[in-house]
Design a protein around this ligand. Structure first.
Ligand SMILES: Cc1ncc(C[n+]2csc(CCOP(=O)(O)OP(=O)(O)O)c2C)c(N)n1
Ligand SMILES: [Mg+2]
Length: 324
């Protein structure tokens, strides 16, 4: 699909929403208004938006713990997501998941709940692909995971199965160079993780994950291929992890230079400048996007803190057994 000016503006909106939401969530944790664990997705917005923007309603995603944009783009409401983060009754999972959890989903929107075991969503995606294939309505599943996950056996099993069964799966590897404190350079001997696709006989491509349009284009091609019955693809998006692994990681294993590397190639600044240079958006228009995003985030927090309720303890067994 050719991206219209409206699409490009919408993509910028999503990227700004992702960034400001992550920044705000980090502050909420620091102020103890949220408790638990959070893995900031700051700096990975272009990869996430470019990868998810071309999906259709019938398509599915499996989630990574870092970044909230694929699920928001797939239709999860911001208030629902945030109420889940606050572990409120009104939130995703009805307050069952711990705050800060990424272990939520919404099957009605094709959002498969994220498992906590790194890489385990990869074979899961092959299974979802098998189900979609049997449904026969041309839907695809896009599976998000990191460089660290690609070193697990799950990666081999999931890609091999999807390849031999020709399943409609897009494997979206968001390579931010680190798995917690272990750099990808120390854990892998190859330059490009997309080379691994050759072992399964499927296409593998590495793309600049700070360039939202480039990510969109390679993903679009992979989706089209898959919808035409040509099977899975592996896409590696090169990004930077701007922060520590989680909000409780002091990030002392990286030099200041390395830590700040990401900000030099800020995907949002880059995309904003492109849109302004191309006459698609004005500086003023960019400020309007910031204002809209700030209002939506504030409203979602007000909703969670003032209108939502803690889950009722008597409800704890609901959903555990098939009969209740
Ligand atoms: C099997 C397993 N081992 C370890 C962990 C702890 N853990 C959580 S996130 C993470 C790093 C994952 O790195 P990567 O896949 O590159 O994703 P990123 O955090 O960089 O986005 C680890 C080791 C886990 N959840 N599951
Ligand atoms: Mg990583």
């Amino acid at each position: 699909m050719e991206l219209s000016n409206n699409d490009l503006q919408k993509m910028l909106y999503w990227m700004v929403l992702g960034r400001r939401l992550e920044e705000k969530i980090t502050v909420l944790f620091r102020e103890s208004r949220l408790r638990g664990h959070h893995h900031p997705g700051i700096g990975q917005e272009a990869a996430n938006v470019g990868a998810a923007y071309g999906l259709q309603e019938k398509d599915c995603i499996t989630l990574i713990h870092r970044g909230k944009l694929p699920e928001l783009i797939k239709g999860m409401g911001l208030k629902d997501l945030m109420a889940g983060y606050y572990a409120k009754k009104e939130g995703i999972e009805g307050g069952r998941a711990p705050t800060g959890s990424h272990m939520y989903g919404d099957l009605s929107k094709g959002i498969i709940p994220g498992p906590g075991i790194i890489g385990s969503a990869i074979p899961l995606a092959a299974g979802v692909g098998l189900a979609l294939d049997r449904d026969g309505n041309g839907a695809v599943v896009e599976c998000f995971f990191g460089d660290g996950a690609s070193n697990r056996g799950d990666f081999h099993e999931g890609l091999n199965m999807a390849a031999v069964m020709n399943l409609p799966v897009i494997f979206q590897l968001v390579n931010n160079g680190y798995a917690m404190s272990v750099s990808a350079k120390k854990s892998t001997r190859i330059q490009s993780l997309s080379d691994r696709a050759q072992a399964y006989g499927i296409p593998g491509v590495t793309v600049d994950g700070n360039d939202v349009r480039a990510v969109y284009e390679v993903t679009e091609k992979a989706i089209e291929r898959t919808r035409n019955g040509e099977g899975p693809s592996l896409i590696e998006c090169m990004v930077h992890r701007w922060t520590g692994h989680s909000i409780s990681d002091a990030d002392i294993y990286r030099t200041d230079g390395e830590r700040l590397e990401g900000e030099k190639s800020d995907p949002i600044v880059r995309f904003k400048n492109e849109l302004i240079d191309e006459g698609i958006l004005t500086e003023h228009g960019c400020l309007d996007v910031e204002k809209q995003v700030a209002d939506e985030i504030e409203e979602s927090i007000r909703y969670c803190e003032n209108e939502c309720h803690d889950p009722d303890p008597s409800d704890i067994m609901r959903g555990v057994y098939a009969s209740n």
